[in-house]
Design a protein around this ligand. Structure first.
Ligand code: SF4
Length: 470
């Protein structure tokens, strides 16, 4: 997988200086997080459902190879074609061959992270095939030459005024300053409707593959997914191998968790189930259905101690609560998969050395695991990745960590260090209420944010005093 993840330190510094983007990311993530929390509070059986979902995904991973074969057999019996792609190049080539064999020139596509991962759109465009993104967020990303910054809300980093300017410049919309989001959506709908009607093939990703019936399930909140997969004569879907689950019973659990954690809904507006091309008795629908099963590094993760990362439903909840993601946004990660789970998946797909900073882009506060609807142990995996990447860290970092570990193992030193830090910074903390400027190398922190003042009394001495009184 192509990635610029090793530019994370520089990209994060630039992102931290962009107040407009930080504001937009903060507003969007807070809005969704509030909705999700409210929904969970209203569900007394949420904890049980969550563990049921975790069990379903982990069981599915255990039987992954056999289920993929079962899926292929079922889909073939339904009249569909399964194609196996080892990597991005193979997936793109397979799609190009399907297009060439059927003289397909104009495609419409619904949202799919797998196609982002293999960079399908530029590949097809390079071979003279037009492909239009039809998810509203992805459409805005495409016409503005941008990249998605979130796995569920691709354009959440852009304030509404900016999107209005994009509509004016790229689509010729006669917009006023007070043009509403609804008016912009209606304009985009009209524009895209023409594209749907003239497309000769449709593309999609997929949220689940159901092994027992050979079905593809796409859940969305926009009707574009249904139009892309049912209106054109050929439908091609690209889905990662980890999306497979054995039964509809498991789906019933997981679909609730995905809708709730992704957008705070009981169920998404659309749940599209595709079993193959149109049957003889069907009046319409595509006459061909091709499903590309994408590996692209997933087998590597499957064979490693990070297998659990493949249980991800791609709901985005861990991104929304992550204090690092909320400050730097998705682009800084240099990968299609950003945020806490992206910091595990990207090194897994692209190689640890190609994403060596990402496992360190976390405060290890645990909010990601808490938010995850299938309880993926993200902080544990980040720690293990840090262990694996120790030797790749710069010397000053390794020495600093060794010093920190030494101080933590020697209570007197730790205590003295805490007292010294409090004394040295006391004046600044009293004047400004926080530490605005720390000396090097700690100034990297205060360049972008305040450091909270040290407590005048350490927890250790407070505890001692308390124990003596009692
Ligand atoms: S790791 Fe969990 S919370 Fe994060 S995107 Fe995946 S399913 Fe959602």
């Amino acid at each position: 997988m192509e990635t610029t993840a090793n530019k994370f330190p520089q990209a994060a510094t630039i992102a931290l200086g962009n107040i407009a983007v930080r504001g937009a990311v903060e507003r969007s993530t807070r809005y969704v997080t509030d909705r999700v929390s409210q929904m969970r509070e209203e569900m007394p059986h949420y904890a049980a459902l969550r563990q049921q979902g975790r069990g379903a995904k982990l069981r599915a991973l255990q039987q992954l190879p056999a289920m993929l074969e079962q899926f292929e057999a079922r889909l073939s019996a339904n009249g569909g074609h399964t194609h196996w792609a080892r990597d991005a190049a193979e997936a793109n080539q397979l799609i190009l061959e399907i297009c060439r064999a059927n003289h397909l020139k104009r495609g419409v596509k619904s949202k799919s992270m797998a196609t982002e991962e293999i960079e399908l759109v530029p590949f097809l465009e390079g071979h003279g095939i037009e492909i239009i993104e039809t998810d509203l967020g992805e459409f805005i990303v495409q016409i503005s030459g941008d990249r998605p910054s979130h796995i569920v809300m691709p354009v959440m980093h852009r304030p509404q005024e900016e999107i209005l300017n994009i509509f004016r410049e790229k689509l010729g919309m006669e917009a006023r300053a007070e043009t509403t989001a609804e008016e912009m959506t209606a304009f985009a709908r009209q524009y895209l409707r023409e594209k749907f009607l003239s497309a000769d093939f449709g593309m999609s990703g997929g949220n689940f593959l159901i092994a027992e019936t050979g079905s593809l399930v796409i859940i969305t909140n926009e009707g574009n997914g249904r139009l892309s997969t049912s209106l054109p004569d050929v439908h091609i879907a690209v889905v990662g191998i980890e999306k497979i689950i054995p039964t509809w019973r498991d789906f019933a659990t997981l679909v609730q968790l995905l809708a709730m954690s992704g957008a705070g809904q009981t169920l998404t507006v659309y749940v599209n189930i595709i079993n193959g091309p149109k049957a003889e008795s069907d009046e319409d629908g595509p006459s061909q259905f091709h499903l590309i099963l994408l590996d692209n590094g997933r087998s590597q993760i499957y064979a490693s101690e990070y297998r659990e990362a493949l249980a991800c439903l791609r709901c985005g909840a861990c991104l929304n609560v992550c204090p690092v993601y909320r400050n730097v946004g998705g682009h800084a990660y240099g990968s299609v998969y950003s945020g806490p789970i992206g910091s595990v998946v990207t090194p897994g797909l692209a190689g640890k050395e190609a994403a060596q900073y990402l496992p360190f882009a976390s405060s290890l506060c645990g909010a990601c695991q808490q938010a995850c609807p299938v309880d993926i142990h993200i902080p544990d995996m980040l720690l293990r990745l840090r262990r694996d990447l120790q030797s790749a860290q710069p010397t000053h970092w390794r020495l600093g960590m060794k010093g920190w570990a030494f101080a933590n193992r020697h209570p007197l030193l730790f205590h003295a260090g805490g007292q010294l830090a409090e004394r040295v910074t006391r004046g600044q903390a009293r004047r400004a209420g926080a530490l605005k400027q720390l000396p090097p190398p700690f100034d990297r922190w205060t360049e972008q944010r305040d450091f909270p003042p040290f407590a005048p009394q350490s927890f250790r001495s407070w505890w001692q005093e308390r124990s003596q009184k009692n």
